[in-house]
Design a protein. Structure first.
Length: 202
């Protein structure tokens, strides 16, 4: 019986297998779909744009995902999940908490010893390109202002408006999970070598 089911299943005829367990007619639709992450090496550069998508994420990356050296940088840290309301430039409660937690985590380095790349993103099929570009810039600017309030130097923060060009997740079937996660800001933190020197003195 098992062999009789195995052969048609392997060659692509699933009806035999489904019929044997009481399911007749069309193959049942799988509705248990979760968002799939589109950043294989977790360097905040989506696979479609990442020509070095198996890189180690503690290295600094160019916009194409390949290693980029900075003489003043001791290490790189990457953070995502700073989520915004779908159509606005307001951090969600969860996104705001995540940013506060990150600021607390970074304080021991000394904000004068940190440089930031702040990447604003939008995912909205009904919004035109100009509005998405503006909204992604506004979102990145919101995070920039909060970093400055925490003590970061304005000249050490670069803002990147990515519009809808870097979706991090596919869209799930329920409640638009992927879309919600794509309306976000990502942050790349460069910890400068002077931070290590200051730590050694303490």
């Amino acid at each position: 019986m098992l062999l009789a089911q195995l052969v048609p299943t392997v060659v692509g005829n699933h009806d035999v297998a489904y019929t044997s367990v009481g399911l007749k007619g069309e193959t049942p639709e799988n509705k248990d779909a979760l968002p799939v992450m589109l950043d294989k090496d977790k360097d905040l550069i989506v696979d479609e744009q990442d020509i070095c998508n198996n890189s180690l994420n503690y290295k600094m990356r160019s916009t194409y995902g390949c290693e980029l050296g900075y003489e003043d940088t001791a290490k790189i840290e990457r953070y995502s999940g700073f989520v915004f309301g779908t159509k606005n430039a307001e951090l969600t409660t969860q996104g705001n908490k995540r940013l506060k937690d990150l600021i607390t985590q970074l304080k021991p380095h000394g904000f004068e010893n940190l440089k930031f790349e702040v990447l604003g993103n939008v995912d909205d099929e009904k919004m035109d390109e100009a509005k998405m570009l503006l909204l992604s810039d506004q979102r990145a600017s919101v995070v920039k202002e909060k970093l400055i309030e925490a003590g970061a130097k304005e000249e050490n923060i670069n803002v990147h408006a990515q519009s809808n060009k870097a979706p991090m997740y596919t869209n799930g079937l329920f409640e638009n999970e992927g879309l919600e996660l794509n309306n976000r800001v990502d942050i790349v933190v460069r910890v400068l070598k002077s931070a290590n020197a200051d730590t050694a003195k303490k």
